[in-house]
Design a protein around this ligand. Structure first.
Ligand code: URP
Ligand code: ZN
Ligand code: ZN
Length: 487
């Protein structure tokens, strides 16, 4: 199967130029002016449009069993909606139950993802610790293409881990050349605040944001960064929603620590007034963690993306319909946490980012795909239009408009936090595995057409085991009395 994208302007994170792009057998075979189309090639007219690497959403939860229910979007509907929005790869999360084998959980997620229409990869969560977990992390990196492990600092009595697990797991990641990632919220404090609010009679969705103020996130981000700093590992903070966390990341980066930040499209444009609408279902539809924040945090998030403190954008796509949200009708702590976004992230980032002068088109490519591909080690296979890269790309119409609505969305959920937002700049064509899967507002997708994308670990350039032993030994100062100390 071959496809020629003709007459567009190619945008990579570092370069913009006029070129045709020729794809064959799922790979980009030629990039240059006036390419000839072999007989039988499908021609896509990209005149007046940008040709960019397909979006990568590094944070999704398809079909996630969570808070007593299962996220309504499955791997087929979710990746299809993602393709309609210009995403050609998701990195979803394998989340083992505490005490469950990581490998067993990984295999069950691989099975669920078999029906995906678009490509997918997996972070694996560390929700408990044992010799078995440590050993299975090694197997996952060596044999299964997993190079990132997730840690929840919130969700006490469920999947939260304590600082000792963070430290052991970060150390193991360092040894393996993998990237530790964290959901940064202080779960103990959230738990106490939830109890206090319920006791005070606050049972509605407004209690959700009151129990998770920005300080709770900032504290956890600082702690995760401090632990990573002690261990010497990198750390990637998912869904950074507030200035406190961004400041922590900026400080660490300025001090030379390898810390990455991910921002959700939702947090960039929606604020916490949604919890005070007076309409229970509206407010519950916005219940996610971290919650929506007072408006001033939005400019901090945009600034973080613009100045490089945050490198990636995601959606944390985790869908629950009205009947599922209703599980928390009398108790906000029982409202399943999560919102949708995969179909809209790219358009929101273009419309609110590029159109409003916050991002250049190249920076858009950086924060929607190239940076993610680099951080998770699949660049330039992904995140770049170049010969040899995967034929996973979009034709982007910078002037087309659409109004976001749950009713017209391909997402399998009845609610959209961007409802009514008019965006300028939309995905005209999506090419996945060399095939046109979205054009003229129509999806042409197949169950199981998506591929699993393994991600190799990073080379370990120093002896992490030696470093670990050194850290475990008392320092020379503690072992030998200092010459300045008189007996
Ligand atoms: O509210 C959220 N974010 N739900 C999904 C689980 C998580 O914390 O990422
Ligand atoms: Zn999270
Ligand atoms: Zn998440």
């Amino acid at each position: 199967m071959s496809t020629l994208i003709r007459g567009g302007t190619v945008v990579n994170a570092d370069q913009t130029f006029r070129a045709d792009v020729y794809c064959e057998d799922g790979v980009i075979k030629a990039v240059g002016p006036d390419l000839d189309a072999p007989a039988g090639a499908r021609i896509v007219d990209a005149g007046g449009a940008y040709v960019m690497p397909g979006g990568i959403d590094p944070h999704t939860h398809m079909e996630l069993p969570f808070m007593g229910t299962i996220a309504s979007e499955d791997f087929f509907t979710g990746t299809a909606a993602g393709l309609a929005g210009g995403n050609t790869l998701i990195i979803d999360f394998v989340i083992p139950n505490p005490q469950q084998s990581l490998l067993e959980a990984y295999q069950s997620w691989r099975q669920k993802a078999g029906k995906a229409a678009g490509d997918y990869s997996f972070h694996v969560a560390v929700t408990w610790w044992s010799d078995q977990v440590e050993q299975e992390m090694g197997v996952l990196t060596r044999d299964h293409g997993v190079n990132s492990f997730k840690h929840f600092m919130a969700y006490k009595n469920a999947i939260m881990v304590e600082d000792d697990v963070l430290m052991k797991s970060f150390r193991r990641c360092l040894e393996l050349g993998a990237v530790p990632t964290v959901h940064a919220e202080n779960g103990e404090v959230v738990y106490l605040m939830q109890k206090a609010l319920l006791e005070a009679g606050i049972t509605g969705p407004e209690g959700h944001s009151l129990s998770r103020p920005a300080e709770v996130e900032g504290e956890a981000a600082n702690r995760a960064i401090a632990i990573a700093g002690l261990v010497g590992s990198p750390v990637y903070i998912v869904h950074v929603s507030c200035k406190e966390s961004l400041d922590a990341i900026a400080r660490a980066r300025a001090a030379g620590q390898r810390v990455f930040g991910e921002v959700l499209a939702q947090h960039l444009v929606v604020d916490d007034s949604v919890y005070r609408s007076g309409d229970w279902l509206q407010a519950a539809g916005h219940v996610m963690s971290p919650p929506f924040r007072p408006k001033h945090h939005q400019e901090a998030l945009w600034a973080g993306l613009m100045n490089g403190t945050a490198q990636t954008t995601a959606t944390d796509h985790c869908c629950f319909c009205a009947d599922q949200k209703a599980m928390g009708r009398d108790d906000f702590t029982k409202i399943p946490n999560g919102t949708a976004g995969i179909e809209d992230r790219m358009a929101v980032l273009w419309s609110e980012g590029v159109r409003k002068g916050r991002l250049t088109p190249q920076e858009f490519v950086a924060v929607t795909s190239a940076n993610c591909a680099q951080i998770f080690n699949i660049y330039p296979r992904r995140g770049r239009i170049a010969v040899g890269s995967d034929a996973a790309l979009v034709v982007w119409d910078p002037n087309a408009t659409r109004t976001i609505s749950a009713k017209t969305s391909h997402q399998n959920v009845d609610f959209n936090v961007f409802e009514g937002l008019e965006v300028t700049g939309t995905c005209a064509v999506t090419v996945s595995n060399g095939k046109v899967v979205w054009e003229n507002g129509q999806l042409d997708v197949e169950q199981g057409a998506g591929n699993y994308i393994p991600r190799p670990t990073f080379p370990v350039v120093y002896d992490a085991v030696k470093l670990r032993n050194e850290l475990a030994r008392p320092s020379p100062v503690a072992r030998e009395p200092s010459a300045h100390v008189t007996p």
